[in-house]
Design a protein around this ligand. Structure first.
Ligand code: SF4
Length: 247
């Protein structure tokens, strides 16, 4: 069995060094624009250059998230950002929006492109579609089962990446409007306030202000949230299913 790539996020230079010290083979970061990592910390262009130099010295790889869904008014800004990024020669960009993918291919045609979990790839047909579009790796939708991953691997030659640790969404991988609706912070712009994890109570319409508790266990209720992901004990099965397979 091959050794899989361990990919970790980093929100600043200190976290980047920690990720490398603790064995990450590759690290992904968000830049100051279009990266959906506003809450986790972002890197300016000069920070990215320093990060790239550090990662290169350690013989590791550095990926940049560019996984926002673009509005028409974003397109020229995005192209300009790609021009600024190109000299940094980062190892890959992580995108979600087919429009963003097309712009990367136009402005920076040789850049390696990975598809974000945000694009919700849930079947082999979709993985093969993205391969034809120039994507070399797909980070699968986080909602898939082990059998789903194996089925995709059997019918696709796409390199498959899976999340093994961290927060899961109750909605499909962040494609959710809860935070936008309740506090005006868009999950699809990287600014989710995670209202699915807040405490909720039941109110009978004719008795406003009387909150009836909902209890599933001693800590209350989880009606709108899912458990965090922790697959450390399932890595062999995941690899067997085709995660991190290199063709
Ligand atoms: S509110 Fe919850 S389900 Fe929705 S995007 Fe944020 S973390 Fe995900």
């Amino acid at each position: 069995m091959h050794k899989p790539e361990l990919l970790a996020p980093a929100g600043d230079m200190e976290k980047l060094e920690i990720a490398l010290d603790y064995g990450a083979d590759a690290v992904y970061l968000g830049g100051e624009q279009f990266g959906l990592r506003a809450q986790a910390g972002t890197f300016s262009l000069s920070d990215l250059a320093r990060a790239k130099a550090l990662v290169q010295r350690r013989g590791k790889r550095l990926y940049l998230t560019l996984n926002a869904y673009l509005q028409p008014s974003d397109v020229e800004l995005f192209k300009g950002y790609l021009e600024e990024l190109r000299p940094l020669d980062l190892d890959a960009y992580i995108v979600s929006d087919p429009g963003a993918l097309a712009l990367v291919r136009e402005v920076d045609p040789h850049r390696e492109i990975h598809l974000s979990t945000q694009a919700n790839t849930t079947n082999a047909g979709a993985a093969n579609f993205w391969k034809q579009a120039g994507v070399s790796r797909v980070n699968l939708a986080r909602e898939l089962t082990l059998e789903d991953i194996a089925a995709i691997h059997r019918c696709s030659e796409m390199e498959l990446e899976v999340f093994v640790h961290g927060a899961l969404c109750v909605a499909y991988s962040g494609r959710c409007l809860l935070s936008t609706a309740l506090v005006g912070r868009s999950a699809n712009k990287g600014a989710c306030a995670q209202p699915c994890r807040w405490n909720y109570a039941l109110v009978e319409e004719k008795r406003p202000g009387e909150y009836l508790p909902i209890e599933e266990d001693a800590r209350g209720t989880y009606i709108m949230n899912s458990r965090d992901l922790c697959l450390i004990e399932h890595l062999p099965e995941l690899l067997q299913a085709g995660a991190s397979w290199r063709w």
